[in-house]
Design a protein around this ligand. Sequence first.
Ligand code: UDP
Ligand code: MG
Length: 162
Amino acid sequence: MTKDKIVKFEEIALERTFLAIKPDGVQRGLVGEIIRRYEEKGFTLVGLKFLKVSRELAEQHYDVHRERPFFSGLVEFITSGPVVAMVWEGEGVVAAARKIIGATNPLSAEPGTIRGDFGINIGRNLIHGSDAIETAQREISLWFKEEELVSWQPTLTPWLHE
Ligand code: UDP
Ligand code: MG
């Protein structure tokens, strides 16, 4: 690989998405397995925290579902134990991260996806992922302060991008 062929990091169309390993994923010991999948795919971790979610944060996070019958149970569940909140960066990461997660109902999720491989119930589907770029921006700023996000250039970049 000659030097002039090496991709310029600034020229990659980077996106960021918000992912959260829910309390069932943490309790089931799947934190490492889930993070591994995004690392191996080639995405870049730029934010990470382990926290017990407040009711206020949970309600804001799931605000679009406020009128749905499952809302109170969902808030109850997401606040019931620790979660791993993350921001991942990369080209096309918002849509790709959702593909890696799989369909909302784990019984319909394809094998090879996180929900398809590890879940059986819609209320225990292990992980949240932003569904669009605008949603990702909203969720990232809800869960993370600007100074909690780290911009860095992985040395692997030229092996992942041409
Ligand atoms: N959910 C639920 N019952 C339902 C639909 C959704 O418990 O009938 C929960 C489930 O945990 C899901 C979350 O609400 O992940 C948010 O729902 P959404 O439709 O946004 O699914 P997602 O984006 O997580 O795939
Ligand atoms: Mg959703």
